[in-house]
Design a protein. Structure first.
Length: 144
C-alpha cells in the first residue's frame, strides 16, 4: 500500500452528534444493570432505520428501580411510553420489545465535562400509527 496516497483530511474520530429530530428505530438490545448508586436500571439500544442515519445507535437508560419515588415514577412512565410505541404492553421479557419499528424524538444536551460534546437523549416515544396520523402526544413522563 502506498501511504503517500492516504487523504488524512478524511480521518474521523467517530460519529458526529445526531441532529435533533424524530427517527424510526427498533430496539436491538436491552441490558439490566445497576447505577453507580446501586439502583436497578435498564439500558436500551435503539438502531435507526431511517436511510440517512441507518444503522446508527441511540442509547437510552431507564432507572426503573430508583430509590427515589419521583425518579422511579418518571422512569416507569418512560417504560410505559416505550411499550405503547411498540405495541407491547406489560411484556414478560425485554426481548418482546425488540425489532418492532417505532419513532423516537431526540434532544441533544451538552456533556458536563465538555460542552462541545453532546448526549443524544430520547424525549418522546411515538408509535408508527400515531406518526402516520401526523400527530405526537405529550409523553407520559412529562405530563402533570
Amino acid at each position: 500500500m502506498d501511504l503517500s496516497k492516504i487523504n488524512y483530511d478524511e480521518a474521523s474520530t467517530g460519529f458526529d452528534t445526531l441532529p435533533e429530530g424524530e427517527y424510526l428505530v427498533i430496539v436491538t438490545e436491552a441490558k439490566e444493570g445497576k447505577t453507580k448508586a446501586g439502583d436497578e436500571k435498564v439500558e436500551f439500544i435503539y438502531e435507526i432505520q431511517d436511510e440517512a442515519f441507518k444503522g446508527r445507535k441511540i442509547w437510552d437508560s431507564m432507572n426503573l428501580g430508583h430509590s427515589k419515588d419521583q425518579a422511579r415514577a418518571i422512569a416507569i412512565a418512560q417504560f410505559v411510553a416505550l411499550q405503547k410505541a411498540v405495541g407491547v404492553e406489560r411484556p414478560d421479557e425485554l426481548e418482546q420489545l425488540f425489532n418492532i419499528p417505532f419513532y423516537v424524538k431526540t434532544k441533544n444536551t451538552p456533556k458536563d465535562n465538555d460542552p462541545e460534546e453532546f448526549f443524544t437523549n430520547v424525549k418522546k416515544y411515538i408509535s408508527r400509527e400515531k406518526k402516520a396520523e401526523g400527530g405526537t402526544q405529550k409523553p407520559l413522563f412529562l405530563k402533570k
